[in-house]
Design a protein around this ligand. Structure first.
Ligand code: IPE
Length: 246
């Protein structure tokens, strides 16, 4: 059983404060993964208050392309700082986590989809390790670099690795309705378009609304949930919101 788990940047960083890790939350994530029992897990983490503000400051989003190597490398540096801490906390918790840099694997096509070979990731999994990727800047067919969101990477991996499950652990308990209640299941974006709030802080990849839209393009049902439900998800259940095309 292969599980792809995206850890939202807003969960493990303080999105209102640039370059700040939420250590308590990151420790909880690491403990949950260390205690989980699926055969194979691939982890992808987001950018939070590291990747997003730096990307925004340099005009890079998942739709805008930049050619200035200093801008590209500034985003890489911000993401690498966060990534190194994530790896350290995971390995300290006993998780056999190994870094895989997405920009070395992926390119983005002009229609926004990702293209990349995941054979090495399958080999890393087969060797008993947990590959850890992150939202990144990747080369774009329009001859520049653009942001590849962690969600986009997680979705691509889920398809390419024929994952059984995909989970997105976020800063909230699922997709919330107007009363703040978790929506159990979403089959069409129109059902929830009005109820979804704008994300807090800077988000160059579109926040919850885009997340739901992207997930609806997939054939594998996805689960969006919060930290309180991470153990439950890893135990094989579907807490929070299930996003699945009808
Ligand atoms: C963003 O990744 C990566 C960069 C800004 C380079 P995500 O879009 O997956 O990050 P979060 O989870 O929303 O923070």
């Amino acid at each position: 059983m292969t599980t792809v788990l995206k850890i939202g940047g807003s969960l493990i960083t303080d999105k209102s404060d640039s370059h700040t890790i939420d250590e308590r939350m990151l420790d909880r994530v690491a403990a949950a993964i260390a205690g989980a029992d699926p055969d194979a897990i691939v982890l992808v983490h987001g950018g939070g208050s590291f990747g997003h503000p730096v990307a925004a400051a340099h005009g890079i989003t998942d739709r805008d392309i930049v050619c200035d190597p200093r801008a590209i490398n500034a985003v890489v540096a911000a993401m690498t700082t966060l990534h190194e801490t994530v790896l350290e906390v995971l390995t300290d918790a006993g998780v056999p986590a190994v870094s895989v840099p997405p920009r070395a694997i992926y390119r983005k096509r002009t229609d926004g989809t990702l293209e990349g070979s995941t054979e090495t990731i399958a080999e890393i999994l087969a060797a008993g390790f947990i590959p850890v990727l992150h939202g990144d800047v990747v080369v774009h067919d329009a001859a520049g670099f653009s942001v590849a969101s962690g969600d986009g990477i997680a979705l691509h991996l889920a398809g390419a690795l024929e994952a059984d499950r995909i989970g997105l652990c976020t800063g909230v308990a699922g997709v919330l309705d107007r009363d703040g209640k978790v929506i159990d299941r979403i089959e069409r974006f129109g059902e929830v378009a009005d109820a979804i709030d704008d994300p807090e802080g800077t988000d160059v990849t579109g926040g919850m609304a885009r997340k739901v839209q992207t997930l609806l393009e997939m054939s594998t049902p996805a689960t969006i949930f919060g930290i309180e439900q991470l153990d439950t998800f890893l135990a094989g259940n579907r807490p929070g919101t299930t996003v699945s095309r009808a």
